[in-house]
Ligand binder design. Structure first.
Ligand code: NG6
Ligand code: CA
Length: 516
């Protein structure tokens, strides 16, 4: 070949490839915002002033809603915590995993270490990843020794850093765990946990009611920590026990520290707050602020924490380069096992925002939750009625950062999440304590289920009837008018779609949790 041609082709290919690189680099800049998921625990569709609450004000979360996209048909995959978190992090419907139920503090890790997860895919795209807050997806492989490094856990499914509470605030162990190690553990005071029986001589809510500062209503009568009776028995670990009233400040400080020390790289932070789950333990500066008792007070506390967190992003100069998702793992409940005035002081506040049911329920209030996406300067403020679910964040974020994922359940709704279209999912399967239903267009179809509908202990209708239910949610938001009989064609069409996804044996695994 002519030397000149070879020379020229080298020059051209160098120019060509360096041009490509520049474009890719450019894309990198655009497509790699920091990603933060702020996830509350049991916050209802009607618990924020931006979602219609009039009896309490949540200005900081409202600012995200009014400056971003407020979804009115945004769903958690489930009406309880563990399954919703499983769906959020794996993009897999929780009913595909028979163990995706509310887990005790001793449950093994629910997510397979080989499974794809949101933090893993982001890690592969150069992100630093972290969780601060509630985990509730199991730890270890069976029998956990809480005095050694606990593994596998969040760090083995994609999080570079983890600072968690293992299960729930009402379950033992009541300690923080950092990257698999109990924080502040005195090696001479080892921790033992048992969910079946107590350790000899250890006080419980039953044997020593005089030690309680909060009374239990149902469940929650095992070990006492900080005067609060919990689920499960715990011995030892005195120095490591958390302070309930400081938990919100504690997690905020961890989240802020993380942002400050990772502001130079793209990061993913899953900030999983504990409010307003029981036991509701507002810091004294929030006590009495809502006039609604501790449940209202901790919602105000959570709102304050969100405000402080956003201020940190702003101060560090990265707010414009951070995509923020705000949502809740399931709907609201007033009495979830403690006497804490939630029922007595709720007044005119409607945590369900006019929906039917609540936490644990296949009715709308179980899974339809506040769902906000905020990206300063990038997303045009709007209200979106698109049908979206937290399970879709995985596929959508994958697209945002240029990852290719072959997913069955998680749908790529990136354009919907960025406010470029109001087209959401065609349909969605929602789940509530093993019952599933089909949400499609304006409709929801709930198949027949065994078991009681009304659960006295929590004061909630779980949506269980021995016949089909069909509601038009656009006309009948509170699900009062069952159209199963008057709309047989619509019903049949939805049963067909439902059974195509769920199979005919959808009810087989449905096992109720105990409420009382
Ligand atoms: C239930 C608890 C409830 C709450 C829930 C989990 C009883 C009687 N009730 O079993 O208080 O802890 O589990 O909530 O123990 S969730 O939001 O984490 O799913
Ligand atoms: Ca929850």
């Amino acid at each position: 070949m002519d030397k000149k041609i070879i020379f020229l082709s080298i020059i051209f290919s160098t120019i060509y490839f360096s041009a490509c690189k520049t474009k890719k680099e450019e894309e990198k800049q655009i497509n790699k915002p920091n990603i933060v998921i702020i996830y509350l625990d049991d916050l209802g569709y009607g618990d924020l002033s931006s979602y219609g609450a009039t009896e309490l004000q949540t200005p900081n979360i409202d600012a995200l809603a009014s400056g971003g996209i407020k979804f009115t048909n945004g769903y958690a995959s489930s009406a309880t915590c563990t399954p919703s978190r499983y769906a959020l992090l794996t993009g897999v419907y929780p009913w595909r995993n028979k163990n995706a139920k509310i887990l005790p503090g001793t449950a093994p890790l629910l997510i397979g270490t080989e499974q794809q997860t949101l933090p893993k895919l982001l890690k592969n795209k150069g992100y630093q990843t972290a969780i601060v807050g509630k985990w509730h997806l199991g730890l270890g492989t069976g029998v956990v020794n809480w005095n050694k490094r606990i593994s596998p856990g969040p760090n083995e499914v994609g999080f570079d850093d983890s600072y968690i509470l293992a299960a729930t605030q009402d379950r033992v162990p009541t300690v923080y765990i950092k990257d698999g190690n109990v924080v502040g553990l005195d090696k001479n005071d080892s921790i033992e946990i048992n969910y079946k029986e107590n350790f000899e001589g250890e006080p419980t809510a039953i044997s020593n009611p005089e030690m309680l500062t909060m009374k239990w209503h149902h469940g929650h009568n095992s070990s006492i920590v900080n005067g609060i009776p919990r689920i499960g028995y715990m011995k030892g670990g005195e120095a490591a026990k958390w302070s309930d009233i400081d938990m919100a400040d504690h997690f905020l400080a961890k989240a802020q520290d993380y942002v400050k020390s990772h502001k130079k790289e793209p990061f993913f932070l899953y900030y999983a707050m504990q409010q307003p789950h029981v036991p509701r333990t507002p810091h004294p500066r929030f006590v009495g602020k809502s006039g609604m008792g501790p449940r209202g007070d901790v919602i105000l506390e959570a709102d304050f924490m969100v405000g402080e967190f956003i201020k940190t992003l702003e101060k560090e100069g990265i707010l414009e380069n951070t995509l923020i998702v705000f949502s809740s793992d399931n709907g609201p409940v007033l009495n979830d096992g403690y006497y804490d005035d939630a029922v007595e002081k709720v007044g005119n506040h409607d945590p369900k925002g006019g929906l039917r049911g609540g936490k644990y329920s296949i009715f709308e209030a179980g899974t339809r939750v506040p769902f906000i996406i905020y990206w300063k300067g990038k997303i045009k403020p709007q209200v979106s009625n698109a049908l979206v679910c937290q399970i879709d964040l995985l596929a959508s974020i994958a697209d945002l950062v240029g990852a290719e994922e072959d997913l069955k359940d998680s749908e790529n709704l990136l354009n919907t999440f960025l406010g470029q279209t109001e087209k959401g999912r065609e349909h969605l399967i929602i789940e509530a304590t093993s019952r599933t239903a089909l949400r499609e267009g304006n409709w929801i179809m709930i198949p027949p289920y065994k078991g009681k509908n009304y659960r006295e202990a929590v004061g909630i209708e779980v949506g269980s009837f021995p016949y089909y239910q069909l509601y038009n949610l656009k006309e009948d938001k509170s699900q009062q008018n069952n159209l199963a009989k008057s709309k047989p064609e619509k019903l049949q069409e939805m049963i067909k779609t439902f059974e195509e996804i769920r199979g005919k044996k959808y009810g087989e695994n449905s096992k109720d949790i105990t409420f009382d």
